[in-house]
Design a protein around this ligand. Structure first.
Ligand code: IMP
Length: 199
């Protein structure tokens, strides 16, 4: 099978996170018939890899195998320079079982205080993987750099958006309009690369 996506083709999106599903749907602009892993009742595999690309591939392969459809998966997170790249692939896990991002953002702030950090540089990474049920897979990675701000600002977005201020902006992702974020985010960068990789 050719390593390319045909317009209108059915694609299973291997995310159970409604915030990310909404962003992926907006970025894909109705080019594909999207069905979510949740809608198909697919199990969510454990994210056992140490890298964003490893986890994205793992999720895409699992969804492709279970559904028999081409699958798109992402793995993303926030990395903080002064914390050696943490929370990184553990970004979702820092929010605990209750998926409480007020807690997770507080944890980032506490860790920075404990480290006596003066450098608040951080970046979001998004790895996107497409896997075909018969084996091949493609993975790419996008990144956006910025600075962390405390206290959190804004009411939009999800996850760590309210403490992340992208370079050259004075607003956080929690304050910017979703369309502005979607045009420059780590996910947008990764999608541009994926498009290029798939021709
Ligand atoms: P995973 O990709 O499902 O492992 O989860 C990644 C986690 O990283 C999400 O639950 C969010 O907390 C965080 N994250 C990823 N992308 C964004 C973003 O665009 N804004 C805010 N937080 C994000």
């Amino acid at each position: 099978m050719a390593i390319r996506l045909e317009p209108g083709q059915r694609l299973v999106v291997a995310t159970h996170n409604p915030g990310k599903a909404r962003e992926l749907a907006e970025i894909l602009e109705g080019r594909f018939e999207l069905v979510s892993a949740g809608e198909l009742g697919l199990a969510e595999p454990d994210e056992t890899e140490a890298t964003f690309t490893g986890n994205a591939l793992l999720k895409a392969r699992a969804a492709a195998e279970a559904s028999g459809l081409t699958a798109l998966a992402d793995d993303s997170g926030l990395s903080v320079a002064a914390l050696g790249g943490q929370p990184g692939v553990y970004s979702a896990r820092w929010a605990g079982p209750g998926k409480d991002f007020t807690l997770a953002m507080g944890k980032v702030e506490t860790r920075l205080e404990e480290a006596g950090a003066e450098d608040f540089a951080a970046w979001f990474t998004c790895a996107l993987a497409v896997a075909w049920p018969d084996g091949p897979a493609v993975v790419v990675e996008g990144r956006i750099d910025g600075t962390l701000v405390f206290p959190p600002r804004g009411t939009k977005g999800f996850g760590y958006d309210q403490i992340f201020q992208p370079q050259r902006f004075s607003e956080t992702f929690g304050e910017l309009e979703p369309a502005v974020k979607d045009a420059m985010s780590h996910r947008a960068v990764a999608f541009a690369k994926l498009k290029a990789a798939l021709g």
